[in-house]
Design a protein around this ligand. Structure first.
Ligand code: KPL
Length: 293
């Protein structure tokens, strides 16, 4: 019988616990601090999340890590003694560079990456609203074919619709490029995603599309500034009333994922001698913003 461990009690963590409960899968949430009772609202349905310590999770099939990029290494250091070293660990963060950081600390850790468009948002500190069942994509980083298969089979059930990609890094770059524009600009100008569609932001967005596409291409992946501009426009339209995760982090004075989003672009730019002045400037502006608010 499959067992799932979920690190953290954020909106996506709550959504995953909800899905485990729906599928009758043994699961345990390992919170960062004290466990808080949680309620998940899915349309008309409202379900209390159970975190029973009686459930056997001594041999988990996988560890789901729906945490912010900057919190992952500490959470793994705190909890990894609780499961066998051969258990696949599924990273679900925005941005890139976390896998390299984790493997530098624990080279044998079997990692899988997942990008999800599932919508979930916290409405209070103990309640989460599920807002949509978008596509999720997974791919292998350092797991064996057998470990990947276990993850793939379970995520097909838990995160449907789910696709497995053999080149997950391209999908990660595609998402990172969009996040590297929408997230810092909405935070910098204190606007919703939809407000970014106003014509006066277009020159800055187009210039970022050029700079980011050049870095991605220099790193050996596919990117095109015009296609990226269209994707940014589409996501801003589709999520027009939302505030990006970085907008919210800056607003509530929490650490942002800027070092794993625009920071990753700057680091890859340095490695490939591709200039990244616009991304570097955005990083300083966001870091200054979190200190000011
Ligand atoms: O992923 C997002 C985020 O806020 O982190 C986008 C797609 C920009 C939606 O807000």
């Amino acid at each position: 019988m499959a067992q799932v461990v979920i690190l953290g009690q954020g909106a996506i963590g709550s959504m995953l616990a909800f899905e485990c409960q729906q599928q009758n899968l043994a699961h345990r949430i390992l919170p960062h601090n004290q466990w808080k009772p949680m309620r998940v609202q899915d349309g008309e349905r409202s379900i209390d999340i159970v975190n029973s310590s009686r459930q056997d999770i001594s041999q988990p099939t996988m560890i789901l890590v729906p945490l912010k990029a900057h919190a992952i290494a500490d959470a793994l250091a705190m909890h990894k003694h609780r499961w066998p070293a051969s258990t696949p660990v599924v990273l679900m963060n925005n941005g890139m560079g976390v896998a390299e950081q984790v493997l530098a600390n624990w080279p044998e850790m079997p990692l899988v990456a997942v990008i999800t468009r599932r919508g979930a948002r916290k409405t209070t500190s103990t309640s989460t609203e599920l807002t949509g069942k978008g596509l999720s994509i997974g791919g292998n980083i350092s797991a064996s074919p057998q470990q990947s298969q276990l993850v793939k089979d379970l995520l097909n059930v838990l995160l449907a619709p789910f696709e497995w990609h053999t080149h997950i890094q391209q999908a990660q770059w595609d998402k990172l490029a969009i996040n590297a524009i929408i997230n810092p600009l909405t935070a910098k100008y204190n606007i919703s995603n939809g407000e970014l569609l106003a014509a006066h932001y277009t020159p800055e967005i187009r210039a970022l599309c050029e700079e980011i596409s050049a870095v991605i291409t220099a790193c050996g992946f596919i990117a095109n500034p015009a296609v990226l501009f269209q994707q940014v426009t589409d996501v801003a339209k589709a999520t027009a009333v939302n505030y990006s995760s970085m907008h919210q982090d800056v607003h509530f004075n929490r650490p942002t994922e800027i070092n794993y989003i625009n920071g990753h672009i700057v680091r890859c730019g340095q490695r490939t001698s591709t200039p990244t002045p616009l991304n570097a400037k955005l990083i300083s502006e966001i870091l200054a913003g979190t200190q000011r608010r």
